[in-house]
Every structure is written in structure tokens, then in C-alpha cells.
Design a protein around this ligand. Structure first.
Ligand SMILES: NC(=O)c1ccc[n+]([C@@H]2O[C@H](COP(=O)([O-])OP(=O)(O)OC[C@H]3O[C@@H](n4cnc5c(N)ncnc54)[C@H](O)[C@@H]3O)[C@@H](O)[C@H]2O)c1
Ligand SMILES: [Zn+2]
Ligand SMILES: [Zn+2]
Length: 370
């Protein structure tokens, strides 16, 4: 057993502001040693993603108490039987372990792994186990990572080694924001020179998609968000064309690929409206399960358009994270520019408020040296 500190979500649907209702408690927990095929990781950095907030506000229903955090990186401290990643290695933790055996895994990222998805829904690691306890009672894992903690035990299928020159905060963002937003560009949009990609929603995920488009020579990007501050941030990254949703509709913007990275039906509606004839709307946001949109079937058929969902950037993490590392090392993917604030674990409830307000691109919790 290792004694760790982590941010545990005690209850779902607490009222805002979270700074007052404090749905997350930073507490001591016991972490069991890694089992076969698992790693013990000392967490160095963890990003705060809207998918964490969606568990807090109940949009994604998960069992509680749950140690949140699914976008993290750290150093391997111990390994279970059969693991080939060596202690001392820096790893990116990803939020959907791939069993590698199921029919979904055979689609090379296009369909989310079946057993991995089931384990994530149940709040367990890939093998169904729970390694976290508090005062003897189990605490659920978040998406196989539970990275808002000093240490984590994860399936080796949740970890991708990265070289030591990748800084911890960059490595953390590779695990969700970049893999999801960037993966939607590399694996689904696949733009070529002369094309345009529009991105609706400029949080960590959407902004990572924007950066990935900017890394393509000759591909134009259009950035859309309802907050002027986010449009200014996109301009700061080098985006020439930025709009609020209403401005984009009024200006008659139509793009052959539109990535929606908000998680609200109104934003998906915007993304569909902005998709050009023959084009593809790529949905990445995760709205509440009962959210609905209204579609004109005729618009899709007569204009030959399509709507595609993309989970985990339709990525195979071990295949795709090295691609993002190579772009970062070449100076073409400045992931560090997505970090809008570096915070401590004790600031987690306030961080959830800032995220809900849209006041952050990516807030990153750092843990320093052990
Ligand atoms: N598919 C996946 O695998 C995956 C992975 C990670 C996150 N997500 C989801 O992606 C979404 C984005 O995550 P994030 O962490 O970047 O969120 P975020 O909250 O940081 O960013 C969302 C952005 O959308 C903007 N926005 C809100 N309503 C809008 C509207 N109607 N039109 C245009 N812009 C609007 C906000 O101002 C904000 O900038 C969330 O739903 C999250 O759960 C999906
Ligand atoms: Zn995420
Ligand atoms: Zn699988």
C-alpha cells in the first residue's frame, strides 16, 4: 500500500459555486500495489478537462466516491508482472485503455474499445479491479486514470511512454486535449493543403484541434467560440479568422470539415449549419445523455454531408502520441500554449468554477518532486 493524496468527488450535482459547495475533497487514500499488467505512476501533472466537470455536474453519470482526473502524466515507480515499461520512464496516461483483443480494437481507433468502455463506466481498472481505498472503503477510478492525485495505479494499456524532454504539463495534455482534438484532425478530418477546417468550441480540446490544423501547411483554420476571450486566445495562436457562432452564421461561413468541441447541442447545431455541401461535421463534445438536436435529413442527403462522432480522437494512443511528440519537438505544435494556469491540487474546486465559466483553456495541476 502507498499512502497518497487525491481529489475525491463525494457527490454529484452540488450547486455552484463549487468554491463554496466543495464537491471535491482533497484527502488521504491507500493505493494498492500494481497487479499484473499494471503500473504505479508518480503523477507530475494533471490537466482539468470538461469531462471531469461533467462528472461533477452530473452530465456524465459515474459512481461516487470517485478520484477524478483523466489527463495526466508522470514517472513509473513500480510495475506488475508482464509489464515492459521500465521504472523511471515518463508516461502519458490516456483515458480509455485498449484491450487490444475486441472487435472494436480491431478498428484501429475508430470504435472505442468495448471492455475499456465498460471498465470506465463501472469506475474500475481494465481488469475490473479497484486499487483505491479510503478508511477501508473502495473509491472508484476515473476513466482508468484518477490523475488528480500524487500517485496512480493504471493498466499498462492506459500508459504511453514519452521521452524525458517532453515536460510534464505538455505530456499530460497529450493524454486528452491533444489526443482528442488533435486526433479528430489527424484521424477523422485528415485535411490536405487548400482545405479549411472550422473548430467550434475553444477549450483545451478545441484549441488543441486548432493547433493541430495550424501544423498543416496550406490548411486554413476558422475558430469559433461564444466568448470573445477565447477568440482573442485563438488569434494569439495565429488564427486569422475567428467568429462567435452568430457572426459565423451571419457571415455565411461554410467549411468542408467542422469539428464541434463543446458538448452542448446548440454548438453541434452550429457545427452542422457551418458544414459545406459534401462536408463532414465531426462531433467530439460530450453533452448530457438526454440532449437532442433537430436535423434536416434533406440537408444531409441533398448536400451529401455527413455527421461523425469521434471518441479519444479516434486514436490508437501508442501510435498517435509519438506523432504529436514529433510535431511538438519540431516546434510545430506548441502544446504549452494551451496551459492557461498552473495550480495546486487544493485549488481543484475553484478550478472547476473557472472551467464552468469558460475562463480557462487548460488549468494544469502540478505536484512537484516527491
Ligand atoms: N470525445 C472525446 O473523446 C472527448 C475527450 C475529452 C473531452 N471531450 C468533451 O469535449 C468537450 C470540450 O472539452 P474541453 O475540456 O475543451 O471544454 P471547455 O469547457 O474547456 O471548452 C468548451 C468551450 O466551448 C465554448 N462554448 C460553450 N458553448 C458554446 C456554443 N454554444 N458555441 C460555441 N462555443 C461554445 C466555451 O466558451 C468554451 O471555450 C466537452 O464536452 C468534453 O467532455 C470529449
Ligand atoms: Zn478529457
Ligand atoms: Zn478492446
Amino acid at each position: 500500500m502507498v499512502a497518497i493524496r487525491g481529489a475525491v468527488l463525494e457527490r454529484i450535482g452540488a450547486p455552484r459555486p463549487y468554491a463554496r459547495s466543495r464537491p471535491l475533497t482533497v484527502t488521504e487514500l491507500d493505493l494498492a500495489p500494481p497487479g499484473p499488467g499494471e503500473l504505479l505512476v508518480r503523477v507530475e501533472a494533471a490537466g482539468v478537462c470538461h469531462s471531469d466537470l461533467s462528472v461533477v455536474d452530473g452530465n456524465r453519470v459515474r459512481p461516487v466516491p470517485m478520484l477524478l482526473g483523466h489527463e495526466a502524466a508522470g514517472i513509473v515507480e513500480a510495475i506488475g508482472a508482464g509489464v515492459t515499461i521500465a521504472p523511471g520512464q515518463r508516461v502519458v496516461l490516456t483515458f480509455l485503455p485498449r484491450c487490444g483483443q475486441c472487435p472494436a480494437c480491431a478498428t484501429e481507433g475508430l470504435t472505442p474499445c468495448g471492455p475499456g468502455t465498460a471498465a470506465n463506466g463501472a469506475g474500475t481498472l481494465l481488469d475490473g479491479g479497484i486499487r483505491l481505498r479510503r478508511a477501508g472503503q473502495p473509491v472508484f477510478h476515473h476513466l482508468g486514470v484518477s490523475g488528480f492525485a500524487t500517485h496512480a495505479v493504471v493498466s499498462a494499456a492506459s500508459a504511453v511512454p514519452v521521452p524525458h524532454d517532453v515536460p510534464p504539463s505538455v505530456a499530460a495534455l497529450l493524454g486528452c486535449a491533444v489526443l482528442t482534438g488533435g486526433g479528430a484532425v489527424l484521424n477523422v478530418a485528415r485535411p490536405v493543403a487548400g482545405q479549411t477546417v472550422a473548430v467550434v468550441g475553444l477549450g483545451g480540446v478545441g484549441m488543441a484541434a486548432v493547433l493541430t490544423v495550424l501544423a498543416h501547411d496550406g490548411v486554413d483554420v476558422i475558430a469559433i467560440d461564444q466568448l470573445p476571450e477565447k477568440l482573442a486566445a485563438a488569434s494569439g495562436l495565429g488564427v486569422q479568422r475567428t467568429y462567435t457562432p452568430q457572426q459565423a452564421v451571419d457571415a455565411g461561413v461554410r467549411a468542408p470539415m467542422v469539428i464541434e468541441a463543446v458538448g452542448h447541442p446548440a454548438a453541434l447545431q452550429t457545427a452542422i449549419d457551418l458544414t459545406a455541401p459534401g462536408g463532414r461535421t465531426i462531433a467530439v463534445g460530450l453533452p448530457a445523455p438526454d440532449a437532442r438536436i433537430s436535423l434536416s435529413p434533406l440537408g444531409f442527403v441533398a448536400e451529401g454531408r455527413s455527421l461523425i462522432g469521434s471518441y479519444l480522437g479516434s486514436a490508437v494512443p501508442a501510435r498517435d502520441i509519438p506523432k504529436f511528440v514529433a510535431l511538438w519537438r519540431a516546434g510545430r505544435l506548441p502544446v504549452q500554449q494551451l496551459v492557461s494556469a498552473t495550480i495546486t491540487l487544493d485549488d481543484i474546486n475553484e478550478a472547476m468554477d473557472r472551467l464552468a465559466d469558460g475562463a480557462a483553456v487548460r488549468q494544469v495541476i502540478t505536484f512537484g518532486q516527491a
